[in-house]
Design a binder for this molecule. Structure first.
Ligand code: TXA
Ligand code: MG
Length: 376
């Protein structure tokens, strides 16, 4: 990891709506000329560089402290541009593109030979995606070049879903950050390999195999059906072998047992914990848990352990009841926020089912010890 003394003035460009394309001219030109520009997408913030400028691409690896064998995703405006990086376009691309792009789906396909090796880490394939976030599109338009953009975090840290997170990792190290508020989805795009038959998911995201089947009739091998132990040492998607999303705190995933309430599962887990605790859960779950903690401290003579527990609790709640979409939207902000409060352990809500695969994947990767895991 390179933690050089701040030597760049990071210009934060705050986006107003409706978008004014003039705002994107300077960062777009800088990007095309070789500068690194951080920008929002519908999934997470990205650290952008011009895909055909190897030095700019190398700078991204240097800034992130990213292993050179982990390839980058090329961001394009539309399918009209795909020939700039892909040697050939598999037939399955078109119905998938119609159904899901622009949006949080990344396609791996045969690369053109002139795509720099720095982008593809020397693989014979290239990953492309078409972001839907309006500011990302305005920046691509202004830059007029294919843009590589890994998540804008130092390697190993939780991905950034707010401009603040990007500044936490890169203030004084990059020249431009485009701030258009929190990212909608909250976890990175689904990566699918179009060069395999059948197509397979290399990284789970919001778009699931089930959604792909329903919308296009195309059968895709789901993520959970193909992660074999050998993929950990020889992963299909190089990025999946690295530990990611890891806050400094220990992370435990809390899941309700059959028919039990999530608040009871939290109570069961945190009661045993003597350290400082961070909780990531819905507001309703917190209210239910608080009721239990309060009634326990009234009804027991355990010397105020539960009152003390209040002192040791840091909270991150999201609005309303238990909800996968909202939990996903807040996940990385919760991990970063609770980590700043230097808690020993973060207890985070888990979810079941295929829809929850991406959320559980990111949370499991953040878990430094085996927590209680849900069935996904
Ligand atoms: O949502 C996203 O995809 C975000 C935003 C900024 O677009 N970007 C992102 O990039 O998550 P990054 O670099 O953090 O993750 C890229 C993933 C890695 O797991 C990498 O190994 C995989 O895509 N990947 C890239 N090119 C690949 C290729 N040719 N074959 C297989 N996997 C590839
Ligand atoms: Mg990443």
């Amino acid at each position: 990891m390179n933690l050089e003394v701040s030597d760049v003035n990071t210009q934060v460009i705050l986006i107003k709506h409706p978008l004014d394309s003039a705002v994107f001219v300077r960062p777009g030109q800088a990007l095309a000329a070789g500068s690194v520009v951080a920008f929002p997408t519908e999934t997470v913030y990205g650290l952008g560089a011009s895909a055909f400028l190897p030095d700019a691409v190398k700078e991204i690896f240097r800034l992130k402290g990213r292993p050179a064998d982990n390839p980058l995703i090329v961001h394009l405006l539309s399918a009209d541009d795909v020939g700039e990086v892909a040697e050939s376009v598999p037939d399955t691309f078109w119905p998938l593109y119609e159904a899901f792009s622009p949006g949080p789906l990344t396609y791996v396909m045969p690369r053109r030979h002139d795509v720099p090796d720095e982008v593809t880490a020397g693989l014979s394939t290239v990953a492309v995606r078409f972001p839907s976030q309006p500011a990302a599109r305005a920046l691509l338009e202004a830059a007029g070049v294919p843009v590589v953009a890994p998540s804008a975090n130092i390697s190993g840290r939780p991905s950034p879903t707010r401009a603040r997170h990007v500044l936490d990792d890169f203030a004084g190290r990059i020249p431009f950050l485009i701030d258009d508020g929190p990212c909608d989805v909250g976890v990175e795009s689904t990566v699918i390999d179009l060069t395999s038959d059948p197509i397979r998911i290399l990284r789970p995201g919001k778009i699931t195999a089930k959604a792909i089947l329903e919308r296009t009739g195309i059968q895709v091998i789901p993520w959970q059906d193909q992660v074999k132990p050998e993929d950990i040492t020889h992963p299909l998607s190089p990025g999946m072998k690295y530990r990611h999303y890891a806050p400094k705190a220990r992370v435990v995933i809390v899941c309700p047992k059959a028919d039990a309430l999530i608040a009871d599962a939290f109570l069961f887990d945190i009661e045993k914990d003597g350290g400082s605790i961070g909780l990531f859960l819905s507001e309703e779950t917190w209210q239910a848990l608080r009721g239990r903690l309060t009634s326990q401290s009234c009804n027991t003579d355990r010397g105020g352990r539960d009152e003390k527990m209040y002192d040791h609790l840091s909270l991150y709640t999201y609005e309303g009841g238990r909800d996968l979409t909202r939990a996903t939207h807040h996940l990385f902000d919760a991990l970063r926020t609770l980590d700043r409060q230097a808690v020993d352990t973060i207890y985070a809500e888990g979810f079941d089912g295929e829809e929850a695969t991406a959320y559980m994947d990111r949370l499991s990767k953040a878990a430094t010890v085996s927590g209680i895991t849900c069935d996904t």
